[in-house]
Design a protein around this ligand. Structure first.
Ligand code: HEC
Ligand SMILES: [Cu+2]
Length: 333
């Protein structure tokens, strides 16, 4: 019996240790460190379920210990039936129905936009994110692999996919929603504090599924408006000599067949829009830092950095051409 009690305490110790480890889960990609209204609801749900599970677990252990400790009297013949009907039928029905109702009630406001007048269409691609800000009465502003949102405002995301099923997930801001070819799914994000958060694809979509991440930058309203206005501008022509050479190489190497740089002859649509790529936080969907080195590595070896990606390698270009291209891209802010 002493042994059983010790085991009970050991389990309680493990649970406490596990819980404190969870409490330490903060950071830009944590569901337990919510920075958005949707994520806060989900975290609430998580803690509620955890508390319920702990309570039921403790009751079960308590019952077991009680049974072991009091084996002196013969159990009444009705006790087993009571235990099975009560603990095996009534309790699960009551608890699971309650949880289901609670969880379902939390869903609709997380998905549908209530009164948001800002819409962003995000398309999952293999293996990157196409992002289009719809401007009422104007032309959409297209960028890639980065999302910026104003703090305190509900924004409706319309999610779609061209190839396979992807899943859009920014754990710190909201729930995850599948991107399904031929359908448009919706998700509302309402950031509650500023910062840079990390989003990922949460549905296996091919070889480089784990290499399509994106940053979500949440800033105040003015900063956001300034950024969006700047994104809507065409690219400024390169002025620095190395970048000017890079700009020529960009056209000559055929990059524009796949990529658009607004304001230039490059108008390809199958690849990420590069008009302001130098101002993004990463190159290659969260893969490399947005620095000349990052651009050079990417252009020279996309197949090694991201197996299965549709960007061809330009390793045949001499090193100084790669350097010039990188200088041009870095300058596209
Ligand atoms: C056949 C089409 C194609 C051509 C030609 C092409 N690219 Fe790409 N490029 C892509 C695709 C597709 C991606 C996205 C790959 C991914 O992340 O899976 C990409 C991604 C990139 C990125 C990263 C963009 C971002 O948002 O981080 C850069 C930079 C880039 N290409 C530069 C170039 C340059 C410079 C050239 C010419 C030397 C070029 N590309 C030629 C298809 C192409
Ligand atoms: Cu994906």
């Amino acid at each position: 019996m002493g042994n059983n009690v010790n085991r009970g305490w050991a389990a309680i110790g493990a649970l406490v240790a596990g819980t404190s480890a969870l409490v330490g889960c903060s950071g830009p990609q944590s569901t337990l460190d919510p920075a958005g209204r949707g994520a806060a609801r989900i975290a609430e749900l998580f803690w509620g379920m955890t508390a319920g599970a702990v309570a039921i677990w403790a009751a079960m252990i308590g019952l077991a210990l009680y049974t072991v400790a009091r084996r002196r009297t013969e159990p009444s013949p009705r006790a087993p039936a009571l235990l099975i009907v009560g603990g095996g039928v009534v309790l699960p029905i009551v608890v699971l129905t309650g949880l289901l109702a609670w969880g379902l009630a939390a869903l609709p406001p997380l998905l549908a936009a209530s009164d948001s007048d800002r819409t962003i269409v995000v398309t999952g691609e293999q293996f990157w994110w196409r992002v289009r800000y719809l401007v009422p009465g104007g032309e959409a502003v297209e960028l890639a692999n980065e999302l910026r949102l104003p703090v305190g405002e509900a924004v409706e995301l319309q999610l779609e996919s061209r190839d396979v099923i992807h899943s859009f997930w920014v754990p710190a801001l909201g729930g995850k929603v599948d991107m399904i070819p031929g359908r448009r799914t919706r998700l509302t994000l309402e950031p509650t504090r500023t910062g840079v958060f990390r989003g990922v694809c949460a549905e296996y979509c091919g070889t480089s599924h784990a290499r399509m991440a994106f940053a979500v930058v949440v800033s105040d309203e003015q900063e956001f408006a300034r950024w969006l206005a700047q994104q809507a501008e065409p690219a400024r022509p390169a002025t620095e000599p190395l970048a000017v050479r890079g700009q020529e190489l960009f056209v000559r190497s055929g990059c524009g067949a796949c990529h658009t740089v607004r304001g230039t002859v490059a108008d390809g649509v199958i690849a990420p829009n590069l008009t302001h790529v130098g101002g993004r936080l990463s190159v290659g969907a969260g893969l490399l830092a947005s620095e000349p080195d990052g651009f050079q590595h990417w252009i020279a070896a996309p197949e090694r950095l991201k197996p299965g990606s549709a960007m061809p390698s330009f390793a045949m270009l001499p090193a100084d051409d790669l350097q010039a291209l990188a200088a041009y891209l870095e300058g596209l802010e």
